[in-house]
Ligand binder design. Structure first.
Ligand SMILES: [Zn+2]
Length: 86
C-alpha cells in the first residue's frame, strides 16, 4: 500500500489518486538473479510494486529503476535546454 510520495525528501501523504502520478514498477528477478538456479526451478514471478509521486513532485520528478531499487530522477528540464546549448 502506498503511504506517501515516493520522493524521500517529500512528506506528502498519499490521499487522492487524481493528484500526482502513479507508477507501476516491475522488478524482474531474471535480470538480477540472486544466485545459481537449479534446472527445473519454476520461473521467478515478477514482482510488481506501485509508487506515487505527489502533484508537486510529479512536475519535476519521475521514477526510474536502478538495479532492484526505484529512485527518483529529474524530468528533462525543458527550461534549461536553451541555456545549456550556448
Ligand atoms: Zn512529493
Amino acid at each position: 500500500m502506498i503511504a506517501k510520495c515516493a520522493n524521500p525528501a517529500c512528506a506528502v501523504q498519499f490521499q487522492y489518486l487524481r493528484e500526482g502520478k502513479l507508477f507501476r514498477m516491475e522488478f524482474d528477478p531474471e535480470r538480477n538473479p540472486p544466485g545459481p538456479q537449479l534446472a527445473g526451478t519454476p520461473k521467478p514471478v515478477r514482482k510488481v510494486e506501485h509508487f506515487w509521486l505527489c502533484g508537486a513532485c510529479s512536475t519535476t520528478l519521475t521514477l526510474v529503476m536502478n538495479g532492484d531499487k526505484v529512485e527518483t530522477a529529474l524530468l528533462e528540464p525543458v527550461a534549461f535546454k536553451t541555456a545549456a546549448a550556448s
